[in-house]
Ligand binder design. Structure first.
Ligand code: DAT
Length: 174
């Protein structure tokens, strides 16, 4: 029996915009598989060196891609990462860039324990819409969508919108 085809979705954006919250809920509601790239790298120690400035390990992008490629080819994956140009363009059927107002993002990241340069740099990343521009460069512009993620109502609306898109994709591709 041939498996039903299912889409691959990328959730990206600055840390703190709500990717993980949205991705996990989306997985529960759709049955798609959720993968947090940060967690995957940590579990598999998919690192290549250490960033002294940010005091964090550096992702081994090639090994991350190798690790996931078979599953991505099968489809039905939700990928969560605060970057997007490390992945093969062919992986994704749609890319969502979550966006949050600076003041709210600042509060969320402070609550998470970010401070000093790390806090400033991440808020600046959102102000300069760095990830959105990265996504527009890395993927076909017509599959890249920005989603406002300031409030719980935004979260619910985004969830419903992606579920609908996913259901339609499954109908159109099977
Ligand atoms: P990310 O995975 O992008 O780093 P997260 O899902 O961990 O973000 O969310 C960070 C925090 O912000 C978490 O406490 C949940 C909260 N949050 C995220 N999106 C929100 C929204 N749209 N409305 C209210 N709170 C939100």
């Amino acid at each position: 029996m041939k498996m039903r085809k299912r889409p691959n979705i990328l959730l990206t954006g600055t840390p703190g915009v709500g990717k993980t919250t949205l991705g996990k809920e989306l997985a529960q509601r759709t049955g798609l598989s959720y993968v947090n790239i940060g967690d995957l790298a940590q579990e598999g120690e998919l690192y290549d060196g250490y960033d002294e400035e940010y005091q964090c390990p550096i992702l081994d992008e090639d090994r991350v891609v190798d690790e996931l490629d078979d599953q991505m080819v099968d489809g039905g994956m939700i990928i969560d990462y605060h970057g997007c140009d490390l992945f093969p363009e062919r992986w994704f059927h749609i890319v969502f860039v979550l966006r949050t107002d600076n003041t709210q993002l600042y509060t969320r990241l402070e609550t998470r324990g970010y401070e000093g340069k790390k806090l400033q740099d991440n808020v600046q990343c959102e102000i300069f819409q760095t990830i959105y521009e990265e996504a527009m460069e890395a993927y076909s512009e017509d599959i890249v969508h920005q989603l406002t993620s300031n409030t719980p109502e935004d979260m619910d609306r985004n969830l419903e919108q992606i579920i609908q898109w996913s259901e339609q994709w499954v109908k159109d591709n099977n």
